[in-house]
Design a protein around this ligand. Structure first.
Ligand code: SF4
Ligand code: SF4
Length: 391
């Protein structure tokens, strides 16, 4: 069903000599295709999530198909717990782990710029090194620009933050980093969309994909999103993973809204940060930060409780590193709010900025990309399953 037109790929400049996602017969692809063939004969799990109905629309599995299916999986683990062919059975069917291995491989294949794709390897270590370097750079930069008296001074009222770091430096660095991250995401999306042969099927498909993303439908335990949630290590089901994931997502969006309204205050209203405790940027940031801390701490705990057999051990560092950084970005934002009228403001601001800079630098090469590709997969899936597109 999902045929790839390699001539079009070549024309579009996508096929640039790297190991292409649409054609490379890697070990992870081969194992995914083997398992999907078994599942396609069995079909016991077809009501669990979007992966199985999408699988049933295919007779064979090309690298493009396995890339699409692996990014459609939410790694809930339900199909492993239900599978009569799971290890120690000779078939050795482990769908969550196999799809996770293939999915992580696609992150590397799709990464832009391509020479930086290896940052997905040993990602936990990469993230720690980049964050440490950014922390040191932020503190060092601040101390280089101002005297220790200013750094440890008490600064009150609007413009207090810019006593320790000029606005052009504080805003200019993240703007440049964010522009790079955005470009990287756009290129990654384009590569994914073209390489998997996905097609735009109109607004109904877009609405369905947004709805599935907004309520994390497939972490609900079935195709309708109203099941018993995700299985845990002790074979019970729980909605906690879905709840923590939603807290993380909406907390992040609120923090983004806080930064955006702060920017509007600065440029439209001519007001300088920090703003009053009951002003919109601070309210959004505080609520978002608290929600984000709870969400990321919960996700960390849920990940630890997950059945070890379904985890992709090779990439566990990437998962934990991303959650860890996101937690500390939000936690240091809250600490800054708490100490902003004390002599610790300079230090708290430097640490928070260092973490924010590091976070956005590693963003295109971190677990964050799962949101981009999963949404693309959900959008393609929503289009495929429209009645007129089924055959
Ligand atoms: S995971 Fe196992 S039970 Fe589920 S469809 Fe595949 S083979 Fe069947
Ligand atoms: S792990 Fe969950 S989301 Fe992934 S294929 Fe299995 S049931 Fe579907």
């Amino acid at each position: 069903m999902n045929e790839i037109n390699l001539v079009d790929l070549a024309k579009s400049g996508l096929n640039t000599g790297r190991s292409d996602i649409a054609t490379a017969e890697t070990d992870a692809h081969t194992e995914t295709a083997r398992i999907m063939q078994i599942c396609n004969a069995c079909r016991y799990c077809e009501g669990f999530c979007a992966v199985f109905p999408a699988m049933e629309r295919r007779r064979e599995f090309t690298p493009a198909d396995t890339a699409f299916l692996s990014n459609l999986c939410h790694h809930c683990g339900a199909c492993y717990h239900a599978c009569q062919y799971a290890p120690p059975h000779d078939f050795g069917v482990n769908v969550p782990q196999t799809l996770a291995e293939r999915r992580n491989e696609t992150y590397q294949q799709l990464a832009w710029p391509t020479p930086l794709a290896s940052l997905f390897e040993r990602n936990g270590l990469v993230v720690v090194m980049v964050i440490s370097a950014c922390l040191a750079a932020a503190v060092g930069l601040m101390l280089a620009m101002i005297s220790p008296d200013l750094f440890w001074g008490v600064h009150l009222g609007e413009g207090a933050f810019y006593q320790v770091m000029p606005h052009t430096v504080m805003a200019g660095i993240p703007m440049a980093i964010t522009a790079f991250a955005l470009l990287s995401f756009i290129m990654g999306w384009r590569r994914y969309w073209q390489a998997t042969g996905a097609k735009w099927r109109g607004m109904p498909a877009l609405r369905d994909a947004i709805s599935a993303t907004a309520n994390l439908r497939y972490l609900g335990g079935n195709n309708a999103g109203n099941g018993e949630g995700c299985p845990t290590e002790d074979d019970r089901s729980s909605h906690l993973r879905r709840i923590y994931h939603q807290l993380t997502f909406y907390g992040f969006m609120l923090c983004f809204a806080s930064t955006s309204t702060g920017t509007l205050y600065h440029y439209l209203l001519g007001r300088e940060a920090p703003y009053g405790y009951f002003e919109l940027p601070v309210i959004l940031g505080t609520v978002g930060g608290v929600i984000l801390c709870i969400g990321t701490a919960g996700l960390w705990q849920q990940k630890k409780k997950m059945e070890p057999a379904v985890k992709s051990m090779k990439h566990l560092g990437m998962d934990y590193a991303f959650i860890w950084v996101l937690f500390w970005v939000s936690a240091t934002g809250l600490i800054l709010l708490a100490v902003r009228e004390t002599s610790y403001m300079g230090l708290a601001l430097a640490i928070h900025l260092g973490l924010v800079y590091g976070f956005f630098l590693v963003l295109p090469f971190s677990k964050f990309v799962h949101g981009i590709y999963r949404f693309a997969a959900l959008l393609a899936d929503a289009g495929e399953k429209q009645p007129q597109n089924l055959r």
